[in-house]
Design a protein around this ligand. Sequence first.
Ligand code: NAD
Length: 475
Amino acid sequence: MRINNQQFINGEWVDSTSGETLDVINPATEEVLGTIAKGTKEDVDKAVEAAKNVYLDFRNTPVKERQELLDRIVTEYKKRKEDIIDAITDELGSPRELSEKTHYERGVIHFTEARDALDDFQFEEKRGESLVMKEAIGVSGLVTPWNFPTNQTSLKLAAAFAAGSPVVLKPSTETPFAAVILAEIFEAAGVPKGVFNLVNGEGKTVGDALSSHPDVRMMSFTGSGGSGAKIMENSSKDFKKVSFELGGKSPYIILDDVDVDEAAKSAVKLVFNNTGQVCTAATRTLIPESIKDEFLEKAKQYMADVKVGDPNNEGVEMGPLVSKDQFETVQEFIEKGIEEGAELYFGGTGKPEGLEKGFYVKPTIFTNVENSMTIAQEEIFGPVMSIITYKDLDEAIKIANDTKYGLAGYVMGQDKEQIKKIARSIEAGSIAINDHPGSSDLPFGGYKQSGIGREWGDYGIEEFLEVKAIKGYYA
Ligand code: NAD
């Protein structure tokens, strides 16, 4: 059992004022994995006060010191590699290989990238006789989801530390243990007291108190639109800055000149990865009529090959969904797809054979999907692919943009002119051409209802800064 019933406030592990705990469930076994503190508004008040007390000191640390701090964090983080992989495998149900190669690695990447971004980050600029400077914004509230426990937390923490802003982190109640390990890493790395505070607990209590607190200057949130709206409403009362990474319903436009096998393999991977619990999942697959039959056949083969099972077993590619709620949500979406007239081509409701215990779902393909259907418009957050056909490029672009979201887009083909036209036309924060992996210094975020602001590297650091103009500084 993992027992972590304390909060980390002002450099110390302290009891929550509630004296209560929350159970955390292992999604692969449906059994209690451990407990965490059920945080309160009073816990948040203490954490914000601790952060506020060190704000000016931390803001004024030389950049080099903050780089050294980030270096020490990377060193300590690497020492905890096995613990992080274990925690994420247990709490999220992520296959061990994915826990290592994606979840664990992302932490290393983000802390390293933020450190490197400081090498040539311009905090000060002379304009005529005046100075324009960027200063840490102040106490920042970080609220994170469960689907990438170390990615979302590390992204925000690395950027805030690089900027010089102290933080209060409230991770998801489904996946809190990776964040507890981060707190231990920061302790070992010598993060100054008060700069990092962890308050575990529910969104409606801890997240609400944090986003309502008058001494919190900005809220950096990743999660669903509903929670984002509540945080924005709270933040609007005292005009806090907000930075949001929300949901997505990303299109994958496959051109008619592709290698169909390669395209199907790539499209399937972008649906089942992390059991479909990925905000950038390419869940709307747009294919030309001319390759439909061949594509369907290949996609079915690749879906059938996905090895679903116990995340601790070698070779398993897809574990369970994170929770019973998420399992039920995905079942409802699949039923809705059938009800609205999409053709269930592979998978469907229920659990895969032999996996009755655990929140396992079947990788699923719908074809003959209309873009207006619920399964094409709503983020399912499960391994469900919706195949939509298009007649020409203009129609493909129109369908791609016909969504409230705008997080990511994908295109595969050979015709460079067509690809560039699509990439420039899709309203989304990032576009990947022919499976290009990009790099960690690229900005990440969404258009439309997918978010406000950007994360990763120097763009992420900007979110935690304010701009000051000092007129006549050099006069
Ligand atoms: P969620 O919105 O339910 O929860 C996210 C966090 O917000 C949790 O820590 C939760 O406790 C907290 N929260 C809930 N209600 C709150 C409230 N009233 N006030 C303050 N905090 C509150 O989301 P989730 O189910 O954990 O995560 C899945 C969602 O996150 C999906 O919609 C997904 O697309 C989105 N997501 C987006 C990105 C991105 O970068 N764009 C990345 C990952 C996940």
